[in-house]
Design a protein around this ligand. Structure first.
Ligand code: 13P
Length: 253
């Protein structure tokens, strides 16, 4: 059984004082739920320490949104994986479409990041997704398949299960227009099939999330979707009440 995973991607939101208020509220709210999901908050770098400290002694975990894959040195403005490790980051988002589009991140760099994260025991959450025009051309599976293969090519088969894949169709991000749970389930099945050979036939351990306009009013369908092990939440994760409602959808009824 794969444990469900509910991840907040705050993107470039929340100062550290705002993060502190948020975390206190989230901690209190989480006491009301018996959700079996692992709940993770990925703040901007500047708030990681605040979130880490606020979650000590709880089941909540902190993660990061990015890092640079060199060990250390002259990389002004960048943050290494060891720096994230020292802040107890359990997860790191890699290859988000905003990084690919706005910061020119290539599949090659993303592949390197995935490898470095795994080698340091931090779970990469690898984002993949198609554009609306790729979708209308019927290319969704081809595009996702290619993204998966190029970004995961540096890993040994036993390392692949340590990666979390997040299917985030670009047209669903921040648009209020999510994919359907059926789309997400189909894509999860396809991704597992595509990775079957690389993982020596055993794709059961790999977690696959859905992201893109997830909110309290549509989470029930994603929580029930076959083979979809959780969600990566942007906008709705900025409100602790909404984020908790999303985590609660995984409670066993
Ligand atoms: P929204 O939930 O705001 O659509 O963002 C999704 C996302 O990009 C999470 O990484």
């Amino acid at each position: 059984m794969r444990q469900p995973l509910v991840v907040a991607n705050w993107k470039m939101n929340m100062t550290s004082p705002e993060a502190s208020v948020y975390c206190q509220r989230l901690r209190t709210l989480m006491q009301e739920t018996t959700t079996p999901a692992e709940v993770v908050v990925c703040p901007p770098y500047t708030a990681i320490e605040v979130v880490r400290a606020a979650f000590v002694g709880s089941d909540l975990a902190v993660g990061a949104q990015n890092f640079y894959p060199a060990p250390k040195g002259a990389y002004t403005g960048e943050v290494s994986i060891s720096m994230l490790k020292a802040l107890d980051c359990r997860y790191v988002i890699v290859g988000h479409s905003e990084r690919r589009l706005r910061f020119g991140e290539t599949a090659e760099t993303i592949g390197e990041k995935v490898k470095v994260a795994v080698e340091h025991g931090i779970t990469p959450i690898l984002c993949v997704g198609e554009t609306m025009s790729e979708r209308s051309l019927g290319m969704t599976e081809k595009v996702i398949g290619q993204q998966l293969l190029t970004c995961l090519k540096h890993l040994q088969s036993d390392q692949l299960a340590q990666v979390v894949v997040a299917y985030e169709p670009l047209w669903a991000i921040g648009t209020g227009r999510s994919a359907t749970a059926k789309d997400a389930a189909q894509l999860a099945t396809y991704a597992r099939q595509r990775l079957q050979r690389l993982m020596n036939g055993d794709t059961d351990a790999m977690r696959i999330l859905y992201g893109g306009s997830v909110a309290p009013d549509n989470i029930a369908e994603f929580a029930a979707a076959d083979g979809v092990d959780g969600v990566l939440v942007g906008g709705a994760s900025l409100d602790p009440d909404k984020f908790q409602a999303i985590a609660r959808a995984y409670e066993v009824k």
